[in-house]
Design a protein around this ligand. Structure first.
Ligand code: ATP
Length: 278
């Protein structure tokens, strides 16, 4: 029996409760294929427009890369989508019906929007498995229930996430002993146990080795399709390796959109990047 099978078996045997504590994600209407609608979005900080009448449409299942120089507004856009920052103007819809601007950060997360910040924030003293288990408990609101043990399908979910993020061999290793890249993958895994529909990933390969960067490209590419992935990244070689569609932000607006080749050959983009293609 493999290590993972043994874990599944143990969890099945030790199960204390077998009632449904699972919450299902609210339905999201993507009948028009678009998952995220951002229209006319403006955000000012002391009169300075961090976002300026920004329009962005992300299709269900796509992998979109957001690029732009420092201060272009990428983080502010993520902050608005996740409810951290309220805009002055504009609309943000998740599917046809969910107006994100009327929702709290917690409600937006419950809709299935997960955000991965640049720095990994795993629990260093816990093992890989325990980190994922904890993330799942927190997601299900069962953090404080010590009697609750995972249901078998939840154990299966954790096992499958461990495989997805490539940490099978590190399953019982303390997170603190993982490499930087492995910690990033673990944190992506901690988001995946909530089964998000939209994953917002901020500079995933900063500080990674070439090998880790390559594995991260494979991971993010594999995650799209079943879910929608938006990646903010400065590493253009990495963006080229994963990008299907790229959106270039500049001074809080969309400057260009298209394939990597299209945006790199766009005269306005070249000008903004001071004569050098991004
Ligand atoms: P980077 O690539 O450096 O992370 P970015 O594209 O994410 O940049 P933002 O962080 O969204 O850009 O910032 C856009 C602009 O808004 C910047 O000029 C920034 O200084 C400003 N800004 C962002 N947050 C605030 C804030 N809370 N108060 C004042 N100004 C802010």
């Amino acid at each position: 029996m493999s290590g993972l099978d043994a874990i599944r078996e143990t969890i099945r045997r030790d199960r204390v409760f077998d009632f449904m504590l699972d919450k299902t994600l609210p339905a999201v209407d993507v009948s028009h294929t678009v998952l995220l609608y951002v229209e006319g979005l403006s955000v000012s900080f002391d009169g300075f427009k961090a976002l300026n009448n920004l329009n962005l449409y992300i299709d269900d299942g796509e992998l979109r890369c957001l690029i732009g120089a420092n201060g272009a507004g990428k983080t502010t856009l993520m902050d608005v989508i996740t409810g951290k920052t309220r805009p002055d103007e504009g609309t943000v819809y998740f599917g046809q019906t969910h107006d994100l601007l009327n929702k709290s950060e917690a409600d937006i997360a419950e809709l299935g929007i997960g955000r991965k910040f640049q720095k990994p924030t795993v629990f260093e003293q816990l093992t890989v498995f325990e980190n994922l288990e904890l993330a799942l408990r927190m997601d299900k609101g069962i953090f404080s229930n010590i009697l609750y043990t995972l249901q078998s399908h939840q154990a299966d979910l954790i096992a499958s996430v461990i495989d997805t993020v490539g940490l099978r061999e590190q399953i019982f290793q303390q997170a603190g002993a993982l490499s930087h890249g492995q910690k990033q993958w673990l944190e992506i895994g901690m988001l995946l146990v909530s089964e998000p529909r939209l994953l917002l990933v901020d500079e995933p390969v900063a500080g990674m080795t070439a090998q880790e960067t390559e594995s991260t490209a494979e991971l993010l590419t594999s995650l799209a399709g079943d879910r929608t992935v938006v990646v903010v990244e400065h590493d253009m070689a990495f963006v080229r390796s994963i990008a299907r569609d790229v959106t270039v932000l500049h001074q809080g607006s969309v400057l260009a959109e298209g394939t990597m080749d299209e945006v790199q050959n766009n005269p306005e983009v070249i000008e903004v990047y001071l004569g050098e293609a991004p």
